[in-house]
Design a protein around this ligand. Sequence first.
Ligand code: SAM
Length: 327
Amino acid sequence: MTCHPATDSFGRTIDYLRLSVTDRCNERCLYCMPEGYRGWAQRADHLDADEIVQVVEAACRFGFRKFRVTGGEPLVRRDIVEILRRLRDLPGVQTLGISTNGTRLASLAPALRQAGVQSVNISLDALDPVVYRRITGGRVETVLEGIEAALSVGFEAVKLNCVLMRGINEDQLHAVTEFALKREMPLRFIELMPLSDADVLTAENFLSVGDAMQILETRGNLIPDPDARLGFGPARYYRFRGAATRIGFIGAMTSPHFCETCNKLRLTADGKLRPCLGRHGELDLLAVLRAGGDVAGVIREAIARKPENHQFAEDYQPGRPMTAIGG
Ligand code: SAM
């Protein structure tokens, strides 16, 4: 078994695994968890800590080096700190990050840092408490406390993510940007993807990264920073003149180059390996794991099945929401 990262049929190096450790969440984002979703009702958390560690071990043997734990909300899992500590102890794990809504960071940030988590991505779709509550059902004040806690414990990177929604948080883009600039936190704006059939995912609510840039450019010119690579995702980075902070734009729907550098596989909360976020095909890794089968073989097959492009702009039919797939 090679330890060099694998290459897919389109020459892309695949060395990044995004792991959803739960589809539960303590928020209800309009675009992420459709009303009535109860995926976790079958089984609270599909993979136990040992199984998650086994999957990551197998991925390391396959040349994966970068891991991001997500959900749902990963910090609602009681054993999350222990899981992260065990992952960090695996020799093949070079970088370990989490994506979180930030609501539990105020209390958990020190333990996460101690467990060896290097980077934290925090969702922040609005600063106005009313708009924030409308989008997520939660309290922005709690998240802001979480952000300050994350900044204070010395993670290597703390970044913000903001999903773009016309008519919903369009008027928040400047405020979120100023917040990020003031704290020198990299910020990424993300185009809404039609993963589920939630009402918010309509053409009217779609705001492209191009339009978001136009809104932000009323503040000053955004200067491209093509060499900036913060994390391992598909963001294109810019800076305002005189500012060090990078603002990234993730044009999942409008960028023709979005998939060209895709380097990841996703493990869903119920243990399916998903080669592409924007296509439904999945392989049942958990079943193979529980049968004592060839986990590396499933990983190899998922890489082989990675398509060149997502299908969002073609005939993608909304299916499993992001909370189930792992964002
Ligand atoms: N709960 C964590 C959080 O809030 O970051 C981790 C999971 S969440 C699914 C990960 C990211 O996916 C968040 O930044 C969220 O805004 C984004 N997301 C969820 N559904 C999306 C959609 N339909 N289109 C674009 N981004 C989406």
